[in-house]
Design a protein. Structure first.
Length: 108
């Protein structure tokens, strides 16, 4: 079989399934947010697929909070602010860390 030079995965595999199985596989790939090739490859090599709805939005919001905290640190280092009460923020970050750890340790 001739390989295309610009492909990172040049070996095609073909197999046959029933209509029901094909639909199930497509649905599972879509629910995991993956294309069919990526989904089947990950399943076949024995890797675990974990998809958590809403995690992208959560991560974006957490990054924004981190940026805000960084801005406060920069202002403090510049001497533009002398103190900030971040006790509540610290407690919130500890809770977020705890929840994320629980999510990551969960078996899907």
């Amino acid at each position: 079989m001739k390989k295309k030079a610009n492909r990172t995965k040049p070996i095609p595999l073909t197999f046959y399934v029933t209509e029901d199985h094909a639909e199930t596989i497509r649905r599972k790939a879509a629910s995991a947010g993956m294309d069919l090739t990526k989904y089947l490859t990950i399943c076949a090599v024995g890797k675990e697929i974990v998809h958590i709805d809403g995690l992208n939005a959560f991560t974006r919001a957490l990054k924004q909070q981190g940026a805000n905290l960084n801005q406060l640190a920069t202002l403090a280092n510049m001497g533009r602010i002398s103190s900030a009460n971040i006790g509540d923020t610290y407690a919130l970050y500890l809770e977020i860390h705890k929840l994320l750890k629980e999510i990551l340790e969960r078996k899907v």
